[in-house]
Design a protein around this ligand. Structure first.
Ligand SMILES: Nc1ncnc2c1ncn2[C@@H]1O[C@H](COP(=O)(O)OP(=O)(O)OP(=O)(O)O)[C@@H](O)[C@H]1O
Length: 410
């Protein structure tokens, strides 16, 4: 199949077209087998006893009415909670399972990296599996011969290439799988979460390869790793219980929605020696929507904190850290000193903390508070996730800060 097979208008051709795709599963094996027998019998009789769009007792939609088109040069990210239906959708696309409704049209060769080790014969060596997989992709033995060295070199498995794949580690299987899938120059490349088990060096190499092949390939990428998704995808489907909850090219918006689903206001006391207890923490200049405090980009972040003082005789040190949605610390609010304006009594400790012009980029953040002895740094109290807040801004960005900038002629 030609790689420069563009439509006359010069828009890259559509390589994947998915229309009304749905797949239902049954929660119970016995019932599922019984439905299977019933369907088989009605198939033999030539009647259709079931409506493919209806659910029977104990059935549920693993994938429900998914529609999209993907062109050469585009990368679709599939994100969503565990069990949302991402892998099922990929398996339908790869022809591993049949849908109950809808259709899939794929043009060209499909390279897939779906389940770890799937597609490999465990008793065959890495080298033999390369030939097997190449043949499945439609390459002749001669064509595979010409690509073999490149595939082995990419996988960095030279030493182990004649060992049975069943003795490979998870990372080694992924290396071999990705090397075959990518080096065979597929028209459509399907990648499931499997990249997560590769080491950093290999993942970086995979990204570089994806960048190289993307102009000629349509890629479908499933991941829970949002930095990876934002790095390579130009469109997203956020799946929830089989359905597309969000679909479009606003990658940042989809990622934001994904994170909001996991935001919770449950705090977690990880250390408490009883010296003091947090009574109240509140963001002041916020808009409250759906229980999540919203802070406008560029406005001040002001929080009031009140602690019940049980035994402390001297002002402690307060560390307030802001974490992003991946639980990476992104900022520490400058700790207090002995001279800071803090109400300190034998019953209560109270203060207002302000950071002016907060320029964290759009997204959900959480706040951790730790309290230590001012001099010895001995810990009294540490609470993770005391509150969540959402930065709001029109500009979608992935980097943690969106810094105000002035432009001038020079
Ligand atoms: N063969 C099957 N029989 C019955 N139920 C299945 C089968 N395969 C998947 N499911 C169910 O379908 C739903 C979707 O599963 P799927 O593996 O597609 O989710 P996912 O979004 O890929 O999840 P994860 O993020 O955990 O990989 C789940 O409830 C799962 O239990």
């Amino acid at each position: 199949m030609s790689k420069n097979n563009d439509t006359p208008s010069n828009t890259p051709e559509v390589l994947v077209k998915v229309e009304g795709l749905s797949k239902k599963f049954c929660k119970d094996l016995k019932t599922s087998l019984w439905y299977g027998v019933k369907d088989l019998m009605s198939g033999v009789r030539g009647s259709t006893s079931t409506n493919e769009h209806a659910l029977r007792h104990k059935e549920f939609w693993a994938v429900k009415d998914i529609n999209f088109e993907l062109r050469r040069g585009e990368c679709l990210g599939l994100i969503g909670h565990n069990g949302a239906g991402k892998s099922t959708l990929l398996k339908i696309l790869n022809g591993l399972i049949n849908p109950d409704a809808g259709s899939v049209t794929i043009k060209g060769r499909v390279g897939a990296l779906i389940e770890l080790g799937a597609g490999f014969n465990p008793i065959l060596s890495g080298r033999e599996n390369i030939y097997n997989n190449g043949a499945i992709l439609g390459f002749s033995r001669k064509e595979i011969d010409t690509k073999l060295d490149k595939i082995i070199a990419f996988s960095e498995l030279e030493e182990f290439i004649d060992m049975p794949v069943q003795h490979y580690s998870s990372g080694m299987k992924v290396r071999l799988g990705f090397a075959v899938a990518a080096q065979m120059e597929p028209d459509v490349l399907i990648i499931d979460e499997v990249l997560a088990v590769g080491d950093l060096g290999f993942v970086l190499k995979c990204f570089k390869t994806i960048d190289t092949i993307l102009p000629n390939t349509a890629i479908i990428f499933v991941s829970h790793n949002m930095p990876m998704v934002s790095r390579i995808c130009n469109q997203i489907i956020l799946m929830e219980h089989g359905c597309a909850k969000f679909q479009g090219q606003e990658v940042g918006k989809a990622i934001d929605l994904y994170y909001t689903r996991f935001a919770n206001n449950k705090s977690n006391v990880v250390l408490d020696d009883g010296s003091l207890a947090l009574d109240k923490i509140e963001i002041l200049n916020k808009k409250n929507i759906n229980d999540v405090a919203q802070v406008e980009w560029g406005s001040d972040l002001t929080m009031d904190l009140t602690f019940k003082n049980n035994t402390l005789k001297e002002l402690p040190l307060f560390n307030i850290t802001i974490f992003d949605k991946e639980q990476r610390p992104v900022a520490l609010l400058e700790p207090n000193t002995e001279r800071s304006d803090i109400t300190f009594s034998t019953n209560e400790i109270q203060f207002r903390i302000t950071h002016e012009n907060l320029q964290l980029s759009k997204g959900v953040y959480s706040v951790n508070v730790s309290v230590n002895n001012m001099k010895s740094k001995e810990p009294y109290l540490r609470i993770n996730g005391v509150l969540d807040f959402q930065m709001i801004n029109e500009i979608e960005t992935w980097p943690p800060f969106l810094l105000e900038a002035n432009y001038a002629m020079i």
